[in-house]
Design a protein around this ligand. Structure first.
Ligand code: DP6
Length: 327
């Protein structure tokens, strides 16, 4: 019963973004989001529900977690303890990220998805995938989507029960890849948590964002059904730029882009003009992800390798949902 449980979760890139909460504590979003789970970036988390511990012990990438990083994990484990009705038992957590935090992927997505899966199983909670997605959501909103493979929709819902993700469509029969461009390796100054809160409360465009995000969701789902890469790419790029318009229009305004981010967006548009189809998406940081198809991938890679160096250009493909690993 106290055997270690190991779970692997992959990260995901949102094509229609989550950017704002209606409930901060339960992490209920303002709008549905839709993502693609990625194969190459993942977190492996080992959890033991250890009767000899007097507090949670947390290792992240082989270092003892401290301060707010530790507290965020403990707050999450409190939810698991409450569900398992074991208030006095603690967890031993060892989380290893195979996500270049550098590449600007929310490692919190794969981290909390893996932690939710491993901790709930270690505590003997028998959760189905919907319940697991709801639990992962409590750690980080985007983690709710990393439970599933392929194209994943997080339903806004209106309470803990109704806000969860599910697979919209498999990506197995899709020709789509994501090239991650690393422009800056340091941690972002404004966390997505703070950034989205400031956007909701102060951007005069926020209500318009909600309307557009809702229609983006409907349109991207149709495009996914039709295997229409052009429309999926176009919606992803416009949706990402609208999200960043919320940061620019907040008060005080803030900007995740660097000059190089804008240069890369222009490169992508230039490639498109030359008939090499690709689209940009950008999360809460300066780094750019390029959506493309197989026929163009190597040309695009060569182009960005020359600009950024090949160590800063990583090709990724659609990935699987939550997995349990055996020791
Ligand atoms: C820009 O899931 O990291 O990547 O719920 O506060 O933990 P919290 O935020 P988080 O936000 C992700 C924001 C985003 C867009 C997205 O992944 O949908």
């Amino acid at each position: 019963k106290n055997r270690p449980v190991i779970a692997r979760a992959h990260t995901n890139i949102a094509l229609v973004k989550y950017w704002g909460k209606q409930n901060e504590n339960l992490i209920i979003p303002q709008n549905d989001s839709l993502s693609l789970t990625l194969d190459q970036f993942y977190t492996d988390t080992t959890v033991t529900f250890d009767p000899t511990l007097t507090a949670d012990a947390v290792l992240i990438d082989n270092e003892v977690a401290q301060g707010s990083d530790y507290q965020r994990v403990v707050d999450f484990l409190d939810i698991v303890r409450q569900k398992a009705q074991t208030p006095d038992r603690f967890f031993n957590v060892n989380s290893v990220n195979h996500v270049p935090t550098a590449a600007g992927f929310a490692s919190s997505a794969s981290a909390f998805a893996a932690l939710a899966a491993a901790a709930s199983r270690a505590a003997d909670l028998k959760l189905d995938l919907t319940e697991l997605s709801r639990l992962a959501r409590r750690g980080s909103g985007s983690a709710s989507r990393s439970i599933f493979a392929g194209f994943v929709q997080w339903h806004t819902g209106n309470d803990d029960e109704t806000s969860y993700a599910e697979q919209y469509a498999s990506a197995a029969d899709w020709d789509i890849g994501v090239i991650a461009l690393t422009l800056q390796k340091s941690r972002k100054k404004v966390s997505s948590r703070q950034g989205m809160q400031l956007s909701v409360t102060t951007s005069p465009f926020y209500s318009e964002w909600i309307k557009l995000a809702n229609s983006d969701i409907e349109q991207i789902k149709q495009a996914i059904d039709q295997h229409d890469f052009t429309t999926v790419g176009h919606i992803s790029e416009t949706n990402a730029l609208r999200m960043h318009a919320l940061t620019l229009s907040a008060d005080p305004g803030f900007i995740y882009f660097t000059g190089q981010t804008i240069e890369m967006i222009n490169e992508i548009r230039q490639l498109r003009k030359m008939g090499i189809e690709c689209y940009a998406t950008i999360d809460a940081g300066p780094n750019v992800k390029v959506l493309c198809q197989k026929e163009n991938a190597s040309k695009i890679m060569t182009h960005f390798n020359q600009l950024l160096g090949s160590e800063n250009v990583i090709y990724t493909t659609p990935g699987s949902g939550i997995e349990y690993l055996e020791k």
